[in-house]
Ligand binder design. Structure first.
Ligand SMILES: C[S@@+](CC[C@H](N)C(=O)[O-])C[C@H]1O[C@@H](n2cnc3c(N)ncnc32)[C@H](O)[C@@H]1O
Ligand code: SF4
Length: 376
């Protein structure tokens, strides 16, 4: 078993209308410098709450917010704090989430020389009307240009994020997005169905009925379309929302689904040491103040529900849950523990099970929350 490290960078140029992540509007390099100093201090703390991993760090992931607002110097100071504290694997997967129009060719080359070898690129949609609706602060041309710059800077592992089911988005619109995405030939695609979060500007716009959200049938058709188009483009679905050319599956995200330890730093970051889960402070000012005053950023700590997490996180992956592996880990047969649930979900056509494993069907992937609830 190997481990991963996650670093949260909360800053964004502006706030997108659908977003519920822990983010702050970017207030210039000074505020980011102060945050980066706090991060470096948190990473370097020898008395941190979780034990040092005994295994190597195989993946380092910068998520946000918008990590591509970090200058190369800021990024380098964080990466070197991580490598001072942890043993990094020679073939470290180092991912940085990047937004269109936040990077120049020089900055991308500097990121490469620091060791960033995977770009998770937030395209969301190539449709300018929808980008405006989402208040993304960039247009489709910015996304196309940044993608060219990524390739020119030598990025050979690029993932796009796209969202389906946007208000007013038709099936044809979604198809046009997918066509452009596969034509650009990224190694990886993360395709999400829009989730509406209470308290976001988008939730408010929908409540006032200014724009309709596609209904469940349309969303199901969009999902089918993404399965067909990714398959014919040679991108294999390996998780409910994730598709990759062989060998380009996200090693970092896979760690969450296989219950490998991941140590998180920064505001709102979560950690899992193999047994317990830890959550950091969610407010950036409170996080920075805590670290600067020598306190811990961890505000909650609890044992993981390993048995149920192994099952519902495992079901997220297309290969499903291996009964023998469950028995090796927990010393009991899952088909005895959850036999009735497995039968019920099988008869509803939401999972298929044979003597070795169980996995989601297409319908089950669309109704995954209903399936997971069975194992909570
Ligand atoms: C951690 S977010 C941030 C990435 C980056 N800041 C960006 O916006 O491009 C990762 C991805 O989650 C997806 N996402 C965020 N909010 C969502 C929502 N409400 N519904 C569906 N997908 C969402 C987006 O595709 C986004 O790129
Ligand atoms: S850029 Fe990404 S993290 Fe920032 S507000 Fe938009 S969706 Fe959220």
């Amino acid at each position: 078993m190997t481990s991963g490290v996650y670093i949260h960078v909360p800053f964004c140029k502006s706030r997108c209308s659908y977003c519920d992540f822990a983010t702050d509007v970017y207030r210039g390099r000074g505020a980011v410098d102060r945050y980066v100093n706090a991060l470096v201090k948190e990473i370097s703390d020898p008395n941190s709450e979780f034990p040092n991993p005994t295994s190597q760090i195989e993946t380092l992931y910068f998520g946000g917010g918008t990590p591509s607002l970090l200058s190369p110097r800021q990024l380098e100071s964080i990466v070197s704090a991580v490598s001072d504290r942890f043993a990094l694997a020679d073939d470290l997967e180092l991912t940085l989430e990047m937004n269109p129009a936040t990077v120049t060719p020089e900055k991308l080359r500097a990121y490469r020389s620091i060791g960033v070898n995977r770009a998770s690129f937030g395209v969301q949609t190539f449709n300018n009307r929808d980008l405006k609706l989402l208040a993304r602060g960039h247009d489709a041309t910015d996304a196309r240009l940044t993608y060219i710059h990524l390739r020119e800077a030598g990025f050979e592992n690029v993932s796009f994020d796209l969202i389906a089911g946007l208000p007013g988005q038709s099936i044809d619109d979604w198809q046009t997005n997918l066509e452009e995405a596969v034509a650009l030939a990224p190694e990886h695609l993360s395709l999400y169905l829009l989730e509406i979060h209470e308290g976001t500007p988008l939730a408010e716009q929908l409540r006032s009925q200014r724009r309709p959200v596609p209904d469940e049938d349309v969303a199901a058709e969009m999902y089918e379309l993404m399965l067909e188009m990714t398959a014919s483009a040679g991108l294999d679905q390996y998780e409910i929302s994730n598709f990759a050319r062989s060998g380009f599956e996200s090693r970092h995200n896979s760690k969450y689904w296989t219950l490998d330890p991941v140590f998180g730093f920064g505001v709102s970051a979560h950690s899992f040491d193999g047994r317990e889960r830890y959550s950091n402070e969610r407010d950036t000012n409170l996080y920075v103040n805590a670290i600067e005053s020598g306190a811990s950023a961890v505000v909650a700590r609890e044992p993981a529900e390993l048995r149920s997490e192994f099952v519902f996180l495992g079901l997220r992956m297309m290969r499903g849950v291996d009964f023998a592996e469950y028995e090796r880990r927990f010393g009991e047969d899952l088909r005895v523990r959850n036999g009735e649930g497995i039968d019920r979900l099988s008869s509803l056509g939401l999972i298929v099970a044979d003597e070795r494993r169980m996995k989601l069907t297409r319908r089950g992937a669309l109704l995954s929350n209903e399936v997971f609830a069975e194992f909570l």
